[in-house]
Design a protein. Sequence first.
Lengths: 329, 344
Amino acid sequence: MQSANEPALDPGEAGALGASAAGRRWTRLKFQLRFLLAVLRARPMFALGYFIVLTIIILGVFAPLIAPYPPETANPEDFLQLPSGRHLLGTDATGMDIFTRIIYAPRIDLTIAIAGTVISAVVGSLIGALVGYYQEMRGIRAFFAGFVMRAADVLQAFPVFVFAIALVAIFGQSLQSIIAAIAFVNTPIYLRLMRSQVLAIRNMRYVEASYVSGASDVAIMLRHIIPNSLGPILSQLSVNIGWSVLLTAALSFVGAGVVAPTPEWGSMIAVGFQSIITGQWWPSVFPGIALAVTVFGFALVGASVEVLADPSRRRALGGTLRQKPSGAA
Amino acid sequence: MSAVLEVEGLVKHFPIAGQRAVVQAVNGVGFSVARGETLALVGESGSGKTTVGRCVLGLIPRTQGAVRFHGAMIDKRHNIRSRDLRGKLQLVFQEPAESLDPRMRIGETIGEPLRQLDMAQVDRVKRVREVARRVGLSEASLEQFPAELSAGQQQRVGIARAIVTSPELIVLDEPTSALDPTARAEIIDLLIRLQKELDTAYLFISHDLSTVRYVSHRVAVMYLGMIVEQGSAAEIFSHPRHPYSIGLLSSVLLPNPKLKREVRVDLKGEIPSPIDLPNGCYLAGRCPFVDEQCRAAMPPADQVGDGHFVHCYHHRKALSGQVALDYFDDFQAKAEQVLGAGRR
């Protein structure tokens, strides 16, 4: 380990300063990889989270190559088979292979969850940043800020699930309307989160320094406020994706979400649910486990993002490992 | 001597939520700072010195009064973000860590004010390096993040960011009070050297009188939002006339216990609440010289020397009987003796 406290005084480093930009980028990349490994060693749960999320995404993307059966073709001869060599996780009441359908499901579930959450995060953060920045001022902008916050209060006062069902009922039962419903119910979360971040950051000394040197509101927001408030947003994003998967599944479970033959965890649980009473537990339990593991994985990733996005906590985690000034090996 | 900054009758009241009353933080403050000059604003916590600095820069709107920069009014329209004022006034904060964006590399932070001046990227990098050298930051540290530097280094970065635009006035808001003594001495030396090189005017806000003695040309003593005494540093430190100044000066702990001094003015009690100020002199409740006159009306400014003003009816009484002895000179001599020995 290098002695990290006195930069730039050792001659090797001074030589490296003159290195080409490409070389510098390469050393930085190498450093970041080493850093990531150190973090994963210190927090194995983060590694588990990344592993789960990556596995689910890969399974979803390569489902047509991996799956042994077509996902939406019923085979009545093979109905309600126990898990076996032929059907890894058994079959459901219509004879569709459960393993196949479980690995096809992320295609729908994750698409809806990620799209809905990202839309709500972008819209919510932008509005939240504006509201937070202008709230303490007077005039029309402060009035607008107050209005937005009360509107968010009203939105959040509705039970989320009932509200989502109502939205789907209004817009019709399609992929887009489920995404819209999820985006809509999540937006106030990001709005509040961003607003509270901005309220804290806009009074920081470095924002004042920027103001004194003549930076415009837009420049201050883009340069200081948004980058510094992004950490909690990103971490919330990951947790929220898991949570949105759950909401999508729940909507499908009650029949307000994805329509029946499409492979989706919630509707699979709903379909299998009828067989549980007669002793066939597998059509419901396996999609349920897949769902739980997914939510857990995204929650872990969210926790890791929260730590990694905070420079001081990241440094603490990296321990002795420390980024040397440019170009140092 | 042309003034870089003139402040006249500055008043700042902060509203209290849900109440009619206001916090009268600053009540009619006036001063001017000339080129290459350091004016120190001193006073205890709550005296409104920081508020004055923030009003001057327009970080908070003022209630009343005028601020002029080279004779031109600074107001809502023509403010610190206006094109012709950009980079002319700068600010250094008390808390070095909080004054730097934790996500920006040091080089970026120092160069940020230049972006408002539409300077090309290449020139910016060159200028940042030059300034970094001036304040004693290594080239490698420009690539680091603020949390990787010590407090003293961070304050150097804050100073570098302030001087990068070659400002004419820098408001230094307690720039040394968060630092340990060694770093403090280094930063003070740096500030004095920079002022000599760049001829910048400093508005030096501090409660640390031993530092003030060392850096300032003129001193304004603030109490409850008004300047009770203003004059050259040598005058104020050797012949303070306002009872508050005398009390403030005799409250400083000298590092040498053998330097004896008799307590001339013992200020009792706490600073009154700035929400309902007394009618007469603000110090009436704590002052040993107080009489009816003091309680009735605020004493007007009395000029007692060249540019030396004092707001007190009894400043002659306060001055008489006091030995004209600048403890700080003694201290200074002692300190230089000790430090000088170490340096050589």
